[in-house]
Design a binder for this molecule. Structure first.
Ligand code: SF4
Ligand code: SF4
Length: 76
């Protein structure tokens, strides 16, 4: 399985290795950019709809594990 999930939107970057699967970011994002990966030992947030992200930073603020960072320079 070589295909990787997209780990960033235009505004944020998600580090799945730091994610503790608390789902706070998933709940706080009213634009449904973030979703869950939940398969046995494989649990972490993921970006399911990158194009919907409007850079409000709510997910960045809510993540206590530093798994989501705001991009200082947007890159596609
Ligand atoms: S920056 Fe805002 S819109 Fe983008 S994923 Fe985070 S909470 Fe959702
Ligand atoms: S808030 Fe952070 S630790 Fe919690 S699910 Fe989102 S990325 Fe993972």
């Amino acid at each position: 399985m070589r295909q990787h999930h997209r780990k960033s939107s235009k505004y944020i970057e998600l580090n799945t290795h730091l994610c503790q699967a608390c789902w706070k970011c998933v709940e706080i994002c009213s634009d449904q950019v973030l979703g869950k990966v939940e398969v046995l030992w494989h649990r972490h947030a993921r970006i399911i709809n990158a194009d919907a992200c409007r850079g409000c930073k709510k997910c960045v603020g809510v993540c206590e594990n530093g798994a989501i960072v705001y991009k200082s320079v947007s890159q596609d």
